[in-house]
Design a protein around this ligand. Sequence first.
Ligand code: ATP
Ligand code: MG
Length: 474
Amino acid sequence: MAVFTMSAAPVAAAGAPVAGVPVASDPVVPSPAPPDVAPVVPVQAPPAAGWCVPRPRRATRPSALYGNLRRPLYPVIKSESVDPVRNPYAPGAGQRPPELAGRDRELQQFEIVLERVARGRPERSMVLTGLRGVGKTVLLNTFKSMAMQRLWGTGKIEARPDQSIRRPVAAALHMAIRELAPRHRAPERIEEFLGVLKAFAMRDPAAAKGTSHWSPGIDVPAARGRADSGDLEIDLTELFVDAASVATDLGVGIALFIDEMQDVQAPDVSALCAACHELSQNGGPLIVVGAGLPHLPSVLSASKSYSERLFRYARIDRLDREAADQALIAPAAREGVEFTPDALDALYEAADGYPYFVQAYGKVAWDFAPRSPITADDIKVAAPEAEEELAVGFFGSRYERATPAERDYMRAMAQLGDDPVPTAEVAEVLGRKPSSLSPARDSLIKKGLIYSAERGLIGFTVPHFGRFLRAQPV
Ligand SMILES: Nc1ncnc2c1ncn2[C@@H]1O[C@H](COP(=O)(O)OP(=O)(O)OP(=O)(O)O)[C@@H](O)[C@H]1O
Ligand SMILES: [Mg+2]
């Protein structure tokens, strides 16, 4: 973990009661000093029990409360600028980045989709595809905000391989309608739709078998004869048409966002495509926007051949140099911190433009740097720490999910390189018949660790995973 974990600022946030000094409840945590920081000088002798010596902290936010603390620390901290508390970078799953860099084209495209759908123009929904950590969820969430800004109704689901989409879609459309309801002049139209929505939700096979006590949380009686046939394709189509008609009353639209769309079960994908197809024909203002791994287009076209005409696919890739620099520079500038050009070179080389890595390396580099500007030397010191964090969290957690046979399969893939490799060559490396490896391969695809890039080719869904595996002891 990062070396500098504590500072005066969190103490303030915790509501330090003693004027001008850290509180007693704030334990002294010995932090290993970075190589370039001078030894810490004690600020003051603790005058009474319950006082504690401030920990080695280099940077503090200007604050009247800590004014007398900062002065004696100045010779030690040298700089105010790279305060870990103000570290802006956000490595995480779906975590909003401090700067959404390099996605202007997609944002513009979606803006046009929203405008066209609202005007009743024929328009295809968008589907975002890309490797793990390239920023699909973040973009999907941004699209959702854009739709909400236009006063559309919105709902979002995350598909799971073991779950039908019936309930999640019902819950998401419920949310969307709740957003629209306060502005609708005819409450009976909303109630009518909620009745259909309830009927749709209650046709869940699990509920019918009495295996579930789930209730959709809708206070109106379930309607009869609409969206309740039990056939998801028919029900979804009727539900979408009715939802779109409520949105039309208000001159807006409804957007349903589906993350991890490659995990939607095959019959449900087919029903979803059919419902979208129907909507696209009658011009209803409801769109389904998906995001998933690179093989999502083939999952969709396997279920309905017209799917490629139904969705506009946008491949989300790593950031180019300019965008990756922007992702680092802009948030830092807002905190008064800069990078030297050498540092940016080193960061680009390490992160390779993958947004998750950009955030991960940026975060650790910030924590290690003693002052602004952050230099290439700081990156040199920080990089092993960032790599270790990635090895445990980003790569390790996924590797752990694989069985021994699956690990062998992935190691063989890694030996062949970083790009998608032919399955026949993987079999050759392992000295096995390709057919005998199908179970391992299929289960790795199900676990979302590898994907079938095109016929006969297989690739890692996680960038740099091959490199990680090659570095593992066998
Ligand atoms: N355009 C961007 N600029 C800077 N950082 C970004 C950008 N997009 C995403 N990130 C950062 O990258 C990380 C991964 O983003 P996100 O979770 O959206 O990826 P994902 O493609 O959905 O990954 P997964 O397939 O694992 O769900 C997050 O920490 C996010 O803050
Ligand atoms: Mg995601």
